[in-house]
Design a protein around this ligand. Structure first.
Ligand code: NAD
Ligand code: GLY
Length: 361
């Protein structure tokens, strides 16, 4: 069964298809491709698993495929790797109307999308996410980026895809650790705006860990529905969209501070969410029971609930690069209650430091 959602952005609206076996569905892809040639950007792990299948599908539609296979890993989300995509596009004389398809997890999606946004000032772009994290979050909403040594996702663009094709069969080959990392972003939606979903997750977490397709499909659909609603209301993050960054300011500091690739993004978001929850408790919004309830679900998901001991001064230094900083003041996504997040600049550096010290080991 295929489920379809829309990201409503006027004439830039696009569908998200979720289901099993979608890599073989030429009928879903073809309407979004203008030329008889496409570029598929993937990596050395995903390409051997799924490139042939996607290529065979496209070739059934008489579309030729130029594969661009990048090294795998967060540490390669860089200018140097991005340039390999431009080398291939220019080398093959790709035109402005050539479609770029990103086949992989969030790293490939973010880099492929950024390359598409820049190449000849913008070429059509399709997301084919193959990790849980990318199916529930990064492939939807048009944020594209690469990392900088001083900060995560610091160089990028808002650039919406024409289509998101989330083939849940690809999750069968996903390593356990990556599946768990993806759950961090799933739980996030419950925490920031969907209490009913949070309660569903508490009841169904083991089914997700066991990769039950019906439960996975429901969780992906509900996550994407939440994200699509937020993005439609605030595409460029002038307000509500910032809430999608719960745990991310702390998490990005962990990823940058530890060296890209050391902590998975979802792992860093998990530990970061617990720091945000602790700070929300210190501000008098969450009680200890609520913090423990949040901790419990992340522990059950096999995710870290304490950050690495970088020292609160180092965290604050890394966090000063956050994209939510306004007039030099750090703004954080915090929780008023489970199911309701806000953006706040109320916490002092002292309070933030105390929350970090309490939640880092
Ligand atoms: P990832 O892209 O590094 O993928 C995780 C690992 O799984 C990689 O080794 C990858 O090669 C492998 N893999 C992918 N699909 C597979 C499959 N089906 N079977 C086996 N292995 C597979 O990591 P991710 O968690 O997908 O994405 C994290 C990235 O996404 C981070 O860079 C983060 O900043 C970004 N992100 C972006 C947004 C956004 O809105 N743009 C949102 C959240 C996260
Ligand atoms: N992952 C955060 C966002 O898309 O806004």
């Amino acid at each position: 069964m295929i489920e379809t959602l829309a990201v409503a952005l006027g004439d830039r609206s696009y569908p998200i298809h979720i289901g099993a076996g979608l890599l073989e569905r030429l009928d879903l892809i073809l309407p979004h491709i203008k030329q008889k040639k496409v570029v598929v950007v993937s990596n050395t792990t995903v390409a051997p698993l799924y490139l042939d299948k996607l290529q065979a599908t496209l070739e059934r539609g008489a579309i030729s495929v130029l594969p661009v296979v990048l090294p795998d890993g967060e540490q390669f989300k860089t200018w140097e790797t991005l340039n390999l995509v431009f080398d291939a596009l220019l080398g093959a004389r790709c035109e402005r109307g050539t479609t770029l398809i990103a086949l992989g997890g969030g790293v490939i999606g973010d880099m492929g999308g950024f390359a598409a946004s820049c190449y000849q000032r913008g070429m059509p772009f399709i997301q084919v996410p193959t990790t849980l994290l990318s199916q529930v979050d990064s492939s939807v909403g048009g944020k594209t980026a690469i990392n900088h040594p001083l900060g995560k996702n610091m160089i990028g663009a808002f650039y919406q895809p024409k289509l998101v094709l989330a083939d849940i069969s690809t999750l069968n080959t996903l390593p356990e650790r990556e599946l768990k990392a993806g759950l961090a972003e799933v739980i996030k939606y419950g925490l920031i705006r969907d209490l009913e979903f949070f309660v569903w997750l508490e009841a169904n977490l083991e089914k997700l860990l066991a990769r039950d397709p019906v439960s996975l499909s429901y969780a992906i659909h509900r996550s994407c529905a939440n994200k699509a609603e937020v993005v439609a209301a605030d595409e460029k993050e002038t307000g509500e969209r910032a809430l999608l960054n719960l745990g991310h300011t702390f998490g990005h500091a962990i990823e940058t501070g530890m060296g890209y690739g050391e902590w998975l993004h979802g792992e860093a978001v998990s530990a970061g969410t617990l720091i945000a929850a602790e700070l929300s408790r210190q501000l008098g919004w969450l009680d200890s029971n609520a913090v423990e309830r949040i901790e419990r679900i992340f522990v059950r998901a096999g995710l870290p609930v304490f950050g690495p001991r970088l020292g609160s001064a180092r965290y604050l230094e890394l966090m000063s690069h956050d994209k939510k900083v306004q007039d030099g003041k750090l703004r954080l996504v915090l929780l008023k209650e489970i199911g309701r997040a806000i953006v706040s600049d109320q916490a002092s550096d002292g309070q933030i430091g105390a929350a970090i010290e309490a939640r880092c080991t």
